[in-house]
Unconditional design. Sequence first.
Length: 166
Amino acid sequence: MALLILDQSAHRRLVFGPPSNPGGPQGRGKKKLGTSHDQQQVQRRVLVVEDNLDSLHSLVALLRSEGHKVEYAINGYAAMTIAEEFQPEVVLLDLGLPGVDGYQVARWLKVQPGLGASRIIAITGYGTDADRAKSRAAGCEHHLAKPYDFKEVMALVRGESDNAGS
């Protein structure tokens, strides 16, 4: 078990404890087998932006178990700071964030050098057609309303399902 400390002044998080290793000590350096996409597994740099800590931790654990490099933020300010350094290929973005909301983060990402090509996937409690249109206008390529299907999220992260949740 790791201790998570959120440093609001720097909009970063500090984690104290053993590194995440779902396979245990024996699993280090070994490829995870048994999934249908083993032969074509692609590792992506993924930024998860979510203010609900349960959802955040679930997504981060799932993505890391699939071999993706993951960073995360709990608010829009932290997301922008981390994105500049991390240069994510995919952003899983909650739209209902405190302070700078997800729509503002998406618009900001799309105009930043080196970040404009990031695939932005809205993961949100906002599920109406108007919400979907607003997220698309802000720069989100996909819009998944909560509760979402983890398999659909993973397919979008891997780039396998370009029509899902649009």
